[in-house]
Design a protein around this ligand. Sequence first.
Ligand SMILES: *Cc1c(COP(=O)(O)O)cnc(C)c1O
Length: 368
Amino acid sequence: MSRFLNTRLRGYTAYTPGEQPSEKEYIKLNTNESPFPPGPEVLKVLREDSDFFTASLKLYPDPKQSELRRDLARHFENEVPSLTEENILVSNGSDDILNFSFSAFSGKDALAVFPDISYGFYKVFAEFQGVNYETIPLNDDFAINPKDYYNLSDKYKKKVFIIIANPNAPTGRALSREDVKKILMENPESPVIIDEAYVDFGGETALSLIGDYDNLLVVRTYSKSMSLAGARLGYAVGNKALIEDLDLIKYSTNPYSVNRMTEAVGRAALKEANYYRRNCRKIEDIREWTSDELRKMGFTVIPSKANFVFTKNEKGMTGKELYECLKKEGILVRWFDSERIRDYLRISIGCEEEMEMLVNKLKEIVRS
Ligand SMILES: *Cc1c(COP(=O)(O)O)cnc(C)c1O
């Protein structure tokens, strides 16, 4: 820290991303990336569009990203028939959009509300932006109780905005669309942000509620189910007025947040949605196999609708010990040094061979 750092930021702790090691080849099950490569349409853009990029990279990209937004609107026309590009905002990963949301909706004295165990970035955004927040504890089984989220502005006597990851991270548990709908109905004066980073692995999307609830913002990413974590592309879908609010923040910070290459691969990926859907089904199958194997070994596994499992050894090994043993064996998983979940590991679902390796190593570790 230099002596010039804003005093407001002294003592502030930033988000710690999962390790992205370069010193050693790990089986990487720590940041929920897809084990599968992007599909042929994306690869075609990367291989064949080099003339286009050569000619166009000297120019700024379209700050509105109109073509990509139009393609996204068409992509979701079954879920939301009335959807147009005006209902969509794209940016540099969904983290960017979540950050915009905290800026946009943390009006004077407004409170951000989210579960006590959820995506760690929510707390970081709130603290970084100086937004007051409250957390609501998950049930003992790590489920969200929807009723805990009813009438929150009455409960806190303040304006609130609500953020829920659905499926939740790092637990993997999901709320039904009906439950999300009730939370929307019970908070008509609060923006409700549903972070659907993992929805493609068996969750129920809230997209179809957008026409009926002008306080709903659904945030999505290409990073997990579409094998494009490295491209950095996320989007928000919601009422036009909410999208305008986010645009205001985007245009006040970084209007060109999506580059030309990312726009091109983002559009290409939509042409091969079935390829990604099939990969998600494979990941779900591998997840169920892994969960069974872990249970047979004496682990508790929280039922997951995401591309990871959240699990705890019931025979005395702490989360930290397991994390360290696995790392020594060349397998990286995620461990959170935080109350309530310190004995759990979050393990991303890799391909079959990777998960077989994981299970075999864990068997050895638990035995010794
Ligand atoms: C991974 C993740 C994100 C961030 O995704 P990017 O689009 O890669 O920024 C957002 N929310 C949750 C819950 C996530 O797990």
